[in-house]
Design a binder for this molecule. Structure first.
Ligand code: C2E
Ligand code: CA
Ligand code: CA
Ligand code: CA
Length: 279
């Protein structure tokens, strides 16, 4: 037993070392990612269920490194958060996203909304609203064409601060969405004080609604609660027609998911816009 215990410690240490060196490798490589043009924005379609209409896209960051290959944002965003690089990266995403939205608007696609993810560190910055206002003005984009997503977890870290920040963004006229809703512990009472437009129901509930009554009940009550507060709902990660028809029955307003569209390159998103305008 003693021998095994020692081996376990060795395994654990080796594993920990591997993970540490991966983190340091990512942190170092991230430093030059923007300058070396390794980051790109992808665009996942968002659809209104009524009329099956394309309403816009969520911006999803992609990182293609020459040696490390494609690194998932689920892996590198937390690294950027803890190393302090997220400020620069988040700003870059906002700039690139709004600039692309302006180009699409110039091509006549003026009714779409672009949703951009905000990290916790970005959301804490006191100059965020000013930064966003300057950007919109510079690109002549009406504020209601931009939606900012923050996760339920970020919003609940410091609900008082969140309320202030959301209020200044809301005053600008940008749309606000709570991302990954259902995974945190926010109460109805807290949500009532947030000027949010959309609740994005987390994929973990959506993926089980057609097989698990508990998930279906959860989604039903989130939608009802949102509607009572005058908030609209979007279901994330919709992959099957059955999930879709259940969501329709529950009067969910919008969806996003592989069923109707994976994240697209900029060129493919543009093709979709052109096709939709002909339909
Ligand atoms: P998220 O904001 O919840 O984004 C949705 C994730 O679900 C995306 O993963 C998307 O590709 C994936 N997805 C969408 N539909 C489906 C589906 O039908 N099935 C499945 N299995 N997955 C689906 P992705 O692109 O890997 O991003 C992961 C997370 O990384 C995002 O989760 C978000 O938290 C973060 N992230 C991505 N881009 C940014 C960014 O620009 N800024 C910040 N702060 N975070 C970002
Ligand atoms: Ca999101
Ligand atoms: Ca989400
Ligand atoms: Ca998520």
């Amino acid at each position: 037993a003693k021998q095994r215990g020692r081996n376990n410690v060795q395994f654990y240490t080796a594993d920990l070392q591997a993970r540490m060196s991966r983190l340091m490798e990512l942190e170092n490589a991230l430093r030059t990612a923007i300058d070396r043009h390794e980051l790109a924005l992808h665009y996942q379609p968002q659809w209104a269920l009524v009329g099956q209409r394309l309403t816009g896209f969520e911006v999803l960051l992609r990182w293609q490194h020459p040696v490390l290959g494609q690194v998932s944002p689920a892996e590198f965003i937390p690294v950027a958060e803890s190393s302090g690089q997220i400020g620069q990266i988040g700003e870059w995403v906002l700039q690139q996203g709004v600039a692309q939205l302006a180009r699409w608007r110039a091509q006549g696609f003026t009714s779409i909304t672009l949703a951009i993810n905000l990290s916790a560190a970005q959301f804490r910055r006191t100059d965020l609203a000013t930064q966003v206002a300057d950007l919109l003005l510079h690109h002549q984009v009406p504020p209601e064409r931009l939606e900012m997503e923050l996760t339920e977890g970020t919003a609940m870290e410091d609900p008082m601060q969140a309320r202030q920040q959301l209020t200044s963004l809301h005053r600008l006229g940008v749309r606000l969405a709570i991302d990954d809703f259902g995974t945190g512990f926010s109460s109805l009472a807290q949500l009532r004080h947030f000027p949010v437009d959309t609740l994005k129901i987390d994929r973990s509930f959506v993926q089980d609604i057609d097989v698990d009554q508990g998930s279906a009940d959860m989604v039903r009550s989130i939608i009802q609660m949102a509607h009572n507060l005058g908030i609209s709902t979007l279901a994330e990660g919709v992959e099957t027609a059955r999930q879709l028809s259940l969501l329709e029955r529950l009067e969910c307003e919008a969806i996003q998911g592989y069923l109707w569209g994976r994240p697209l390159t900029c060129a493919d998103a543009q093709k979709l816009l052109i096709n939709q305008s002909k339909a």
